[in-house]
Design a protein around this ligand. Structure first.
Ligand code: NAD
Length: 374
């Protein structure tokens, strides 16, 4: 197994998740690549030193350009606020590095397109952090759709709701900055849009309503002055899929009480599926035509029969965790690099497709009408 040097930019929520995943990923698909934590970068010196020591990086820097230029770094992992993704990814691609970037890939589809074209021209491998679709049970759901097990799909109802912005006293932060793109439709909505595309394919048209609920927030932690918020707190979309069916997609970061309501109900002529990330080791399946006395949803429990669950644990029902999904994402990325193949996704091209849906939703809400996704 050959070593491959990894540099991570950012030590926040996702910086930690990426560091843990790169530490764990070597054992998942033996014979792939062995990630070595070479360097970590952050502008916050205290957090940087803590992260370097905690995860065992060889070196740290407050200058991300030094990390990108480091000859021992072959993979650059970007876990910074959205406004920085484009500049950092383009620099890494120009230096010939493989790039693992957090979602949303960029503030808008035009930036995403530039990033995608640069990566494809350079021939580097890319991966974007849509970790939730790495769930083995979602792969099963997609297989059930593709094999016709559910018949003709007639409806999709998707949601990603959390409450981390519900407190009006929560101060203004980078997530409210319009320079980083849209609000919740980009931050959480991109996950459920990506999941909908993963399961059912392209979205061709949509009608969106984006709403700002908390219109001002303290301008900084502890500040008494307020700052206006323009970005969306709730997004409601009606969507048309290229395959013919329609659906609805909702995203909210002010859904008081909800911590991780990322899920869907998907209805087909021969059966239906129901899923929530709050219980992500389970998939509910209704099969039409059963003896009416036993009619109802059955609970499928994740186990080693659902690849790659078995690479983590040989016992069914013992359950994967959030960081395991990130580890699967990293392990598949490493395999793609090792084999010189396209990653199983989502890569920069798929992230650009998702970003086009987000941009169209913003525009549709402004214009108050249905719009085609370009
Ligand atoms: N895949 C997921 O499930 C998921 C979950 C949360 C966040 N995200 C995405 O991850 C990214 C980061 O989100 P987060 O929640 O980790 O944010 P965070 O605020 O916790 O961390 C961001 C880090 O970037 C650092 N940073 C800022 N400017 C920098 C610079 N110029 N150079 C180096 N470091 C810099 C900050 O100091 C901070 O440590 C965002 O794009 C977000 O949308 C993805």
């Amino acid at each position: 197994m050959r070593d491959i040097g990894v540099g991570i930019i950012g030590t926040g929520f996702m910086g930690q998740s990426h560091a843990l995943a790169y530490r764990a990923a070597a054992g998942i698909y033996p014979g792939s690549l062995n990630p070595v934590l070479v360097a970590i970068a952050d502008i916050n010196e205290d957090a940087l030193e803590r992260a370097r020591a905690q995860y065992g990086f060889n070196r740290s820097t407050t200058d991300w350009t030094a990390l990108v230029a480091d000859p021992d770094v072959e993979i650059v992992s970007i876990t910074t606020p959205n406004t920085l993704h484009r500049e950092q990814a383009l620099a890494a691609i120009a230096a010939g590095k493989h790039v693992h970037c957090e979602k949303p890939i960029a503030p808008n589809a035009a930036d995403a397109l530039v990033m995608m074209k640069a990566a494809e021209a350079a021939g580097v491998t890319t991966q974007v952090g849509y970790n939730y679709i790495k769930n083995p049970l979602l792969k099963l759901a997609r297989q059930m759709i593709e094999s016709g097990e559910l018949g003709e799909i007639t409806s999709f109802r998707g949601i990603h709701a959390e409450d981390y912005m519900a407190d009006p006293q929560l101060p203004y932060s980078w997530r409210f900055d319009p320079a980083g793109g849209a609000g919740v439709i980009a931050d959480l909505g991109s996950h459920i849009v990506g999941m909908a595309r993963f399961l059912l394919g392209p979205i061709t048209d949509l009608n969106a309503d984006l709403e700002t609920v908390i219109r001002q927030r303290p301008s900084a932690p502890g500040a008494t002055t307020m700052r206006a918020v323009e970005l969306d707190d709730i997004a409601r979309l009606t969507v048309q899929f290229a395959r013919g069916c329609k659906g609805s997609i909702e995203a909210s970061w002010v859904a008081t009480g909800r911590k991780m309501q990322l899920g869907f109900e998907l209805v087909g002529s021969k059966g239906s599926l129901s899923f929530t990330q709050e219980r992500f080791n389970e998939l509910l399946y209704f099969k039409a035509g059963n003896d009416p006395r036993f009619s109802g949803y059955q609970r499928i429990e994740a186990g080693p029969q659902h690849d790659p669950y078995g690479h983590f644990c040989k016992a069914p029902g013992h359950q994967l965790g959030f960081n395991d999904l990130k580890t699967i994402e990293v392990a598949e990325f490493l395999q793609a690099i090792a084999r010189g193949e396209a990653p199983s996704g989502p890569d920069f091209r798929e992230a650009w497709e998702i970003q086009k849906v987000i941009d169209t939703a913003v525009l549709s809400s402004k214009e108050r009408c249905w719009m085609s996704v370009p």
